[in-house]
Design a protein around this ligand. Sequence first.
Ligand SMILES: Nc1ncnc2c1ncn2[C@@H]1O[C@H](COP(=O)(O)OP(=O)(O)O)[C@@H](O)[C@H]1O
Ligand SMILES: Cc1ncc(COP(=O)(O)OP(=O)(O)O)c(N)n1
Length: 273
Amino acid sequence: MSEEQRHPRALTIAGSDSSAGAGIQADLKTFAALEVYGLSAITAITAQNTLGVRAAFELPPELVEAQIDAVLEDIGADAAKTGMLATAPIIEAVARSVARWKLRLVVDPVMAAKSGDPLLRPEAVAALRGVLLPLAEVVTPNLPEAEMLTGRHIETLEEMREAARAIHDRGARHVVVKGGHRLDAPIDVYFDGTGFSELRAERIETRHTHGTGCTFSAAIAAFLAHGLSVAEAVAEAKRYVTEAIRHAPGLGHGHGPTEHFWQWRQSKEAQTR
Ligand SMILES: Nc1ncnc2c1ncn2[C@@H]1O[C@H](COP(=O)(O)OP(=O)(O)O)[C@@H](O)[C@H]1O
Ligand SMILES: Cc1ncc(COP(=O)(O)OP(=O)(O)O)c(N)n1
């Protein structure tokens, strides 16, 4: 086996966030922090900061497909994730690529930024549900996204479990319904098609949660690329994102970014002690 084949590789198919807390930039930082070689296919360019999205430009679906082919024909990927896909034609192009390359896929069904600005055209929700979910090894909706995907109101843990089962019925093999939008503890519900478990963590009282969903799904893809099982990957990703939120650098005037390199910062602090 050659040197580069032994190095875990992951591909992110997502939008660019100029403030680098979410999107492609957050995914690549997560891959780097978790010692995975990161590849990218950009779907859209956003002009955004911690306060909101000012403008967005969607790329042609053929260009998205061409980016995926270019990196996979040459370098290859052990796992992939999707983030902002913006339009139905982009979703269809990505689905074609995922099927052709037989990618292990984590779908973060991004619909809006924390500021409330839309990142997916309303008419594209059907394509996400019908075309992409059946290709997903793991899908990670937050509560509003799970509501959009299932058409149900979700508040309680039991409602999160019912939503996870309904999303699994649409073809996704593993479902994590994230609880970051809950008012109390940020408990995520994990369904592997057979049983449920809960990913628990303390709520960190902070406004700096920009890109937490991107970071969580990228971490799952990174751990899959390292060869962990899905159950292990989601548990490790939960630990990683919790610490990234805890070590947030406090930047910006709105929802600031998390600290993707918290492990390095921790070990530096330990050295200076
Ligand atoms: N304040 C917080 N403290 C601890 N964990 C959080 C907090 N906010 C979100 N999380 C966790 O971060 C991950 C991303 O969740 P969420 O914020 O719901 O996603 P999204 O960014 O897609 O809206 C989940 O594991 C969630 O439980
Ligand atoms: C370009 C881009 N992609 C995705 C998001 C949404 O990121 P998410 O992790 O869901 O978190 P918030 O940004 O909503 O806090 C984004 N903002 N920009």
